[in-house]
Design a protein around this ligand. Structure first.
Ligand SMILES: [Zn+2]
Ligand SMILES: [Zn+2]
Length: 358
């Protein structure tokens, strides 16, 4: 069927590691090669064509972020020139794609069990579930659980199941329908989008360079961060090293010469859940004494320890409208970001060690 729609281009995360770009969501499944996008002009004002750079699993067009900007500039120009006559949105023409795959392949225990053969076949089944839902929005899919970790829901979405890990493996099956899963699991569980994910078949971990395997899905060890897929362990190690670099080379080494301080890693002093436990706090041994530092939500907690040379908190930080504390010999302050932390540390060094310069 030939379709004509009027839709606006939106700036969005295109997913699958493609980053931010323009996207147009259409009403039906589209055959990618047939999609034409035109911002129509009038009289003496020329319109503009937009050629998609890729398509999502529904055949809906993706654009670069530059195209999205050009689209909105053109829309703005037309709006100004045409006034009352202006209608927002581009005109999109396309041929509808008829979804005719056998439903049993992606919507039955048997079909999904086969799809678990490798990442390609699993991704194809997940894609088919989404496409089926787009083609037949009024017919809910069956809901399943695979590996006791992922829920495939009625609308073609995939959720991570956060729950103790004993149930499924004891059952000895890879695919269960959701109701059976629910009636068998004794523990409380919740569904999330970000805990762990199923990576696309061709995704490569940016840290170790290895392609993902089915086993990564079985064990739920893949994370998506800013649209990229990482091995859990690779990400945690990378994130930890980034933190060390921020606190040492980018911060402390601007205050003290590298030969004038050493550091130890401490466990995260704010949160020890999975979300933060790989991000360390720091104990710095400096020539002036010890300092403990680490992120606490959006502030850096800085605490000069008892053996750090004396200074007057009120005199140095009396004007700072932030959390401050003095506990015995310890003195602390919350810095709103790395530059503030640098400023506070520097101020204290200038007070206790006036002739010192890194
Ligand atoms: Zn990796
Ligand atoms: Zn946390």
């Amino acid at each position: 069927m030939h379709c004509v729609e009027r839709k606006r281009m939106e700036l969005t995360d295109l997913g699958d590691g493609k980053g931010i770009g323009g996207h147009i969501t259409l009403e039906k499944l589209a055959i990618p090669g047939t999609v034409k996008v035109v911002l129509k002009g009038k009289k003496n004002i020329p319109g503009m064509d937009f050629i998609p750079v890729s398509f999502d699993c529904y055949g809906h067009p993706n654009f670069t972020s530059e195209q999205e900007r050009l689209y909105s500039f053109k829309e703005e120009e037309l709006r100004r020139e045409l006034g009352e006559e202006y209608t927002p949105g581009a005109v999109i023409e396309y041929e509808e794609e008829v979804f005719d795959k056998l439903r049993v392949k992606f919507d039955s225990i048997k079909g999904l069990d086969r799809a678990l053969f490798n990442l390609e076949s699993l991704n194809e089944a997940l894609r088919d579930r989404k496409r089926f839902h787009k083609a037949y929005p009024k017919e809910p899919l069956n809901s399943f659980v695979i590996f006791g970790r992922y829920n495939l829901d009625e609308w073609g979405q995939v959720w991570a199941i956060e729950a103790p890990r004993t149930v499924m493996f004891n059952m000895g099956v890879d695919v269960l329908d959701y109701d059976t899963f629910k009636s068998n699991i004794k523990e409380v569980f919740s569904l999330t989008h970000d805990k762990f994910v199923i990576p696309p078949a061709d995704a490569v971990c940016p840290c170790c360079g290895k392609k993902f395997q089915m086993l990564d899905v079985v064990f739920g060890t893949v994370k998506r961060i800013d649209g990229k897929y990482y091995h859990d362990a690779c990400w945690c190690n990378y994130r930890k090293l980034l933190e060390i670099d921020k606190f040492t080379r980018q911060l402390m080494s601007r205050i003290y010469k590298e030969s004038d301080y050493k550091f130890e890693l401490l466990s995260n002093g704010y949160c020890n859940e999975d979300c933060c436990s790989h991000i360390p706090w720091f104990l710095f041994h400096t020539i002036d004494g010890d300092i403990v530092m680490g992120w606490r939500k959006r502030v850096i907690s800085i605490e000069w320890q008892g053996n750090y040379k004396p200074f007057d908190m009120k005199e140095l930080f009396g004007d700072e409208d932030v959390t401050k504390w003095e506990e015995g010999e310890k003195r602390g302050i919350h810095a709103w970001g790395a530059e503030k932390a640098f400023e506070y540390l520097q101020k204290v060094v200038e007070a206790v060690n006036p002739d010192y310069s890194a």
